[in-house]
Ligand binder design. Structure first.
Ligand code: CTP
Length: 409
């Protein structure tokens, strides 16, 4: 795992000779585990073909703002929401001038305006153009909004010597990695003073010492919420089933395997908790009697007797009426209908509903959700990276939670 694993990175390329190095940049980001999409300005296409970048990134390249076909696939707002971060390399003097004044006259400049994700810029230009007071003024303003990496000094394509060379692709990847933070624009600490208890990932229900029942949950949504909550100032406890994910910074993680262990951990962590978010995909059933020795093949069919696991969310919600509880509902059909049934049945304050199956939901890096509240509220959040959604879900949770607090006092 690297810090860039599973991050959605949008690489913007503008029209400079260094654009040929962007192919290597795409390759390195892919190698580090990121999902990469590429946006090219018309000028960039004079230096490198979209086909090369499509082949390297494994995704269609985005080139035009007003292309009905592209907008029907992944439109510019969706693309801006998909990105966890934008890396522009090379950034020409012209592009930086346009970004400085907030122009939206091509797809790349529009995406920079339309995203909440951090933007990293690797300038590349002739040394005289870099040294020009106009460029320097633009850079100084852009530094207040974005991360600027380089340029380096050295011999240039035009024969000049001085500052203006784009950093090498590996240096850009290292610089982006080093400054990687989940916080989009700096987040106000709106959850300071609150303790959030979050469940995430799958559970594993053993059959015998070597086999178990589980599901396809990656834990990404729960971990993204934990990470976002910590960056919003909350004290965060994450009760997690087995996942491949690193513990987010500032989060206390308790590892469990079975639903019974998850219930035990949650129950002991509830005192002092303000908000409980159940994002785990808990196995509904476990084996009635777990074999103590490895089961041997017996005939052509095997019958297992399963018994129901406790419903951790329902138990916690019903046993702690003052606790603000949020559930998740992953459904293949009739999403709102089933989600609202679970909201009522489990007496939740809120439920986050999403569609799964058909390539949606589980083990993906983006998602689309609907949020229903006990008071009858309904919010629809359009498709976005799980990181972006985590902040939006927490903002809604916090607003509804604070309203409840005001009513109570
Ligand atoms: N949940 C839980 N403990 C369980 C089952 C579910 O805490 N044993 C929580 C999940 O973390 C999620 C919510 O309940 O927040 C919805 O889970 P889901 O499995 O979709 O709902 P169920 O009530 O189990 O209904 P069904 O499986 O029939 O859809």
């Amino acid at each position: 795992m690297t810090k860039l694993s599973a991050k959605n990175i949008l690489i913007g390329i503008s029209g400079g000779i260094a654009a040929y190095k962007s192919a290597e940049l795409v390759r390195l980001f892919i190698k580090s585990g990121a999902n990469v999409r590429v946006c090219m300005t018309p000028g960039a296409r004079e230096f490198i073909t979209p086909l090369t970048l499509q082949a390297l990134s494994g995704n269609p390249v985005h080139t035009a703002l007003l292309d009905p076909e592209a907008e029907a696939g992944m439109g510019h707002i969706e693309l801006a929401r998909w990105a966890d971060l934008i890396v522009i390399a090379p950034a020409t003097a012209d592009l930086m001038a346009r970004l400085r004044i907030g122009m939206a006259d091509d797809l790349l400049s529009t995406l920079v305006l339309a995203t909440a994700a951090p933007v990293h810029i690797a300038p590349a230009m002739n040394q005289q153009m870099w040294a020009h007071p106009a460029t320097q003024e633009n850079v100084n303003i852009l530094k207040q909004r974005h991360h600027i990496h380089g340029p380096a000094a050295g011999e240039q394509a035009c024969g000049d010597v001085g500052y203006g060379r784009m950093l090498e692709p590996q240096q850009i990847v290292d610089a982006v990695s080093a400054t990687l933070e989940l916080t989009h624009t700096p987040r106000p600490k709106t959850l300071a003073g609150h303790r959030l208890l979050i469940t995430a990932g799958p559970t594993r229900e053993p059959l015998d010492p070597v086999r178990y029942l589980t599901n396809r949950s990656s834990g990404k949504m729960g971990y993204a919420i934990a990470e976002a909550a910590a960056s919003m100032g909350a004290e965060v406890v994450l009760v997690s089933g087995p996942t491949q994910l690193d513990t987010p910074e500032g989060v206390r993680r308790i590892n469990i395997e079975t639903a019974a262990e998850m219930l035990e951990a949650v129950t002991s962590e509830v005192p002092g908790t303000s908000i409980f978010i159940a994002a785990a995909a808990v196995a509904d059933y476990r084996l009635k009697e777990v074999a103590t020795k490895k089961m041997k093949k017996q005939g052509s069919a095997l019958h297992l007797e399963l018994e129901q696991n406790p419903d951790i969310l329902a138990k916690t919600s019903l046993g702690n009426p003052d606790l603000f509880t949020v559930g998740f509902a992953a459904e293949t059909d009739d999403v709102i209908h089933y989600a609202s049934g679970k909201l009522k049945r489990k007496q939740l304050d809120m439920i986050v509903a999403n569609q799964v199956g058909n390539g949606k939901g589980f083990d993906k890096d983006s998602n689309q959700v609907d949020i229903l509240t006990a008071a009858g509220g309904h919010f629809t959040l359009p498709e976005a990276s799980k990181t972006q959604l985590a902040f939006e879900i927490l903002d809604i949770i916090n607003t509804v939670y604070q309203q409840g607090q005001v009513r109570l006092t």
